[in-house]
Design a protein around this ligand. Structure first.
Ligand code: AMP
Length: 422
């Protein structure tokens, strides 16, 4: 029987691994410029951490969490998102002493969703949380950081959609208005949305069901229910984005999938593929919910796989010159290993290829994308020389020369500087 990876979970290797780490590196570099520090929280948290913060009625908590009872009879959950764990960590480690604080993270997240293109059960997020600064400046700067990260990756085919969910008062009065509205259409709503109507009516606006969406298009708009303070707050965020030259679109139906958002909510959508590549927003009550002070935060996270999908191969670092060290028979292995170690000690890339006939060894060297073969047979061993075969260089390809063993380092360095200067 062949073992398979768990459904919806992928092995990350080769060019995808390069792309993932390139994105993380770029995001961290820009995050640091904006004053963010890295935090790594455990992948596993007590289930309450997510249940209480994300909200029982959200899809993530009600259908998608990997939750199990551990050997100590505790209910634990593989993290479905990063914010809740970061806020938990801020409180656990008493980082609230240092507010405001900016933290960034990256790593795998887990959601038991239906796998399809761009949607996995294990995926990676790169996220940012700015906690303890409630101001439109913080919101606009967060959106601007997300924009800058994508631009620095050379990604331009995207749009930023923003909305405001207002403060508690706004959410309450708007909540009443939409309950009244959706109650009139209850029979036509999907089963999920009928349930949401009882427990979390705002989330009906987020429904992907076609009939629900049709009804939503006639629903009252949040903007008509914003109290003065929430309206002014959002206007200021929009003004700042204009000032920063960041293009955005207003989307009145953007409510985001998690319960903890208030005021600014945003998503970045690819113009090339479906599904958001980034999502975030302000959370007013989350820190308090975890037993911390009454402070607000703003955060966002990129879905790494979706960003990788938009990234060309040009970001994959091109391989520097690589050597294949090839003894013709076992008798030359000792001297070939010396050569290999000398190259490694000079921080050069080299493979030791010793299996099979010489033609098989050469084939392996080609497959490993080696540029130069250093071949050592009986004659070379006796004369303390190396036969050099150029395998890839356009001008020299196929050429063979002999060099003295003592010249190895200077030859290798000369060849590398020649190939870099091309
Ligand atoms: P969310 O925490 O749901 O706001 O997600 C933030 C970002 O993570 C989204 O914009 C997606 O890019 C990505 N994402 C969320 N769920 C998945 C998934 N199941 N597979 C791949 N990426 C995902």
């Amino acid at each position: 029987m062949l073992f398979r990876a768990v459904r919806g979970m992928k092995d990350l290797f080769d060019t995808d691994w390069e792309k993932y780490h390139y994105i993380v590196e770029q995001a961290i570099k820009l995050g640091k410029q904006h004053g963010y520090k890295i935090i790594e929280t455990p992948i596993l948290e007590y289930t309450d951490v997510f249940q209480r913060s994300i909200g029982d009625e959200t899809d993530v908590v009600s259908k998608e969490m990997y939750t199990f009872i551990d050997r100590g009879e505790e209910s634990v959950t593989l993290r479905p998102e990063g914010t809740a764990g970061v806020i938990r960590a801020v409180i656990t480690n008493n980082l609230v002493q240092n507010l405001p604080i900016k933290l960034m993270y990256h790593g795998p997240m887990f959601r038991y969703d239906r796998p399809q293109k761009g949607r996995y059960r294990q995926f990676h997020q790169i996220g940012f949380e700015h906690i303890g600064d409630k101001s439109p400046y913080a919101d606009a700067l967060a959106i601007s950081l997300a924009f800058n990260i994508l631009s620095s990756l050379g990604i331009i085919d995207f749009k930023i959609c923003i909305n405001t969910l207002g403060d508690d008062e706004t959410k309450k009065s708007y909540g009443k208005a939409i309950v009244k509205f959706f109650s009139r259409h209850k029979e036509d709503l999907s089963e999920d949305s009928q349930r949401r109507l009882e427990k979390n009516p705002l989330r009906i606006l987020d429904s992907k069901d076609n009939k629900d969406r049709e009804i939503c298009s006639m629903a009252p708009l949040m903007t008509d229910y914003l109290n003065k303070e929430s309206g002014n707050y959002f206007d200021k965020v929009c003004d700042l984005l204009k000032q920063f030259g960041i293009p955005y679109e207003l989307d009145n139906f953007l409510v985001r999938g998690l319960d903890y958002y208030s005021h600014t909510a945003f998503e970045i959508l690819s113009l090339k593929s479906s599904g958001a590549i980034c999502g975030g927003g302000r959370y007013d009550k989350l820190v308090q919910e975890f037993g911390g002070p009454d402070v607000s935060g703003i955060g966002f996270a990129f879905g790494a796989e979706r960003v990788m999908n938009l990234l060309g191969n040009s970001v994959i670092p091109s391989q520097k010159c690589k050597f294949a060290v090839i003894p013709i028979s076992d008798n030359e292995c000792d001297i070939a290993l010396q050569v290999l170690r000398e190259l490694h000690n000079s921080a050069l890339s080299a493979e030791f290829i010793h299996n099979g006939t010489i033609s098989k060894k050469m084939k392996i060297a080609y497959r490993l994308m080696c540029d130069i073969a250093l071949i050592i047979g009986e004659t070379e061993k006796n004369n303390q020389t190396i036969t050099v075969k150029f395998m890839r260089d356009n001008n020299d390809k196929g050429k063979m020369i002999t060099i003295d063993l003592s010249m190895l380092s200077s030859f290798a360095k000369y060849y590398i500087s020649k190939s870099i200067s091309k």
